[in-house]
Design a protein around this ligand. Structure first.
Ligand SMILES: [Zn+2]
Length: 306
């Protein structure tokens, strides 16, 4: 036995639906998601969308099994202009931030328009970075006044030709309690299709499992009390479901003073001057909102060391 404790929240739970051999992931996020969203203190509609992207990124990244960094980023023309989240496989950590237009957001809230209009039209980019000696992969899909989860579906169907079932939910626990999120994802991989049954049976089984996923309620996905295993059993008890060892998901940022210093050193001196407040150069990390205050002499020394 390893000394690692079994996580009960902020986790990914791999599973297999026994009748169809379909593999999936159930993600639950509690304190880590609350820390990310509370730190940014965005309006609830923005926090919900960013929360969904963070949960989706963690879900997809742990489904894909790779060693690098997965980034999901939207750029759209709605009140929420940009959403970005990334997941680092090595540290199992996720982070994210949003950019939005508060006037347009307020106007939309007053008009009572649909949630799809929050993002508007644009695109969602998937980027996988596996390190300096490898080629970066990027896939892009359109976002057309739809939800993030629709865009993710669209991406897997169009770019990867992998049939995917995915549900995501983010909400506060109670009216004003901590943020929680959850997702369930199943993919039909071509190699899993081989050797079991004929294609028609496989199609039927996949559709049936998709219909079961569709019955999963938002409050079940985000629940703090219903365990992942209990939720999976509730969904798939007739099919049989096997759960594997869960993994942790952490709230974490990759920013550091060293990194900020090297970015500042690469800027023209006049641009650095614009960032000076009370004799220090101030930079706030967009992802984690941490404020760095660095003496200008240190930046000058770093810049001349190049
Ligand atoms: Zn940071």
């Amino acid at each position: 036995m390893s000394g690692e404790t079994v996580p009960t929240d902020d986790l990914v739970q791999p599973f297999q639906v026994e009748s169809s051999h379909l593999r999936g992931r159930l993600v639950r996020m509690g304190p880590a998601l609350d820390a990310i969203l509370t730190r940014h203190d965005y309006p609830a509609a923005v926090a919900t969308q960013l929360g969904e992207l963070v949960v989706l990124t963690a879900t997809i990244a742990t489904m894909l099994k790779f060693d690098g960094i997965l980034t999901l980023q939207t750029r759209t023309d709605g009140p929420i202009k940009l959403l970005v989240a990334d997941y680092v496989a090595a540290t199992r950590s996720v982070r994210g931030y949003a950019q939005y237009d508060s006037e347009r957001l307020a106007a939309l809230a007053q008009s009572g328009a649909s949630l799809g209009r929050l993002l508007g039209t644009g695109h969602l980019a998937f980027t996988i970075d596996q390190g300096p000696d490898t080629e970066r992969y990027q896939g892009i899909v359109e976002v057309v006044g739809t939800s993030l989860v629709d865009a993710v579906h669209h991406y897997f169907r169009q770019s990867e030709q992998i049939e995917t079932g995915i549900r995501v939910a983010v909400a506060r626990d109670g009216e004003t309690g901590p943020w929680r999120g959850g997702a369930v994802m199943i993919q039909r991989l071509p190699e899993q299709d081989r050797g079991y049954q004929d294609e028609e049976t496989r199609d039927d089984q996949f559709r049936h499992v998709m219909s079961l996923i569709a019955t999963c309620r938002n409050d079940e996905l985000t629940s703090a009390t219903l365990t992942p295993a209990a939720l999976l059993f509730r969904l798939f008890h007739e099919e049989g479901v096997r759960v594997f060892a869960p993994g942790t998901i952490l709230d974490g940022c990759r920013c550091s003073e060293e990194r900020v210093l090297s970015i500042l050193a690469s800027l023209p001196p006049e641009d650095r001057g614009d960032l000076e407040v009370d004799g220090k150069i101030e930079v706030r990390c967009e992802f984690c909102a941490r404020l760095y205050r660095i003496a200008p002499e240190r930046v000058t020394a770093e810049a001349t060391a190049f």
